[in-house]
Design a protein around this ligand. Sequence first.
Ligand code: NDP
Length: 280
Amino acid sequence: MTSYSNAFAVFGHPIAHSLSPVIHEMFADQFELPMNYQAIDVAPGNFDAQVRSFFSQGGRGANVTLPHKRDAFMLAAKRTEAANRVGTANVLTPEADGTLVAHNTDGAGLVRDLTERHGIDLREQHTLLLGAGGAAYGVAWSLLDAGIHRLTIVNRTAETAQKLVDTIGRPGQVQARYWDDLERIGSFDLIINATSAGVHNESLRLPFSLAGSRASCYDLSYGSAASAFVAWARTAQARHALDGLGMLVETAADAFEIWHGKRPDTDPVYTHLRKKYPRN
Ligand code: NDP
């Protein structure tokens, strides 16, 4: 039987290609901390039992990715404010008495990557968010906190976009539009692709009129999953055509700080991973 004493882990399905183990090991090296970080594949339906077993055997912290983020939120007895408003969790930590705490650091990671790594001032940005799944919930709130001006949310399933708009509850600032409206919706300063179309090797039909020459375009995914959107943004002559590799590293840094009380330097890790995942 595997022992998880003093271990950290990422739970997902599939999980074999997760970059989390290498990111956390590189962070730990910066502080000369020993690190036992594993990627654990958990099929839907087995999440609660496996996570409880991990923590009961001394597991010290977990990252959670697709498709378990909602289950992680539901499993935890305590939730941070960011997790509560998003309704999903990507980090779980046990308190001394074993109580599990759910965190959601996705939105904060995106905002840090946009502002600190790429130098984009989010204030007053007229923003288009494509997608209304779990990641879109996280980033919508954080973008609003960061001072964007107006937020338009468009999703393939229109009802889901409307549900996110209703949940946020700022009718003057946040609105939903239909995908078919994209042709006549005008242009945006910031366009965030939070769909998983690229992951499924499906293409998005996006008019070039959405992105002006000053636009920043950002796909939350990275590697080949982001290629089509990044290529679209370049062809539209957007100012920035970015993928989500930096968000991944920043989000991991938040988890590392929650667990170890130390803030890692994300730049060398980002630079290392960027060589493996060029923005092609
Ligand atoms: P979900 O499964 O919760 O949501 C998927 C979203 O994509 C839905 O809005 C869905 O629309 C939409 N979608 C899927 N296929 C298509 C398509 N062919 N055309 C249009 N829309 C489509 O996934 P998440 O929200 O958790 O993740 C979304 C993306 O963000 C993934 O690529 C994920 O890898 C990435 N991500 C990156 C992170 C990072 O750190 N860089 C962190 C978290 C996520 P519908 O409602 O109609 O099904």
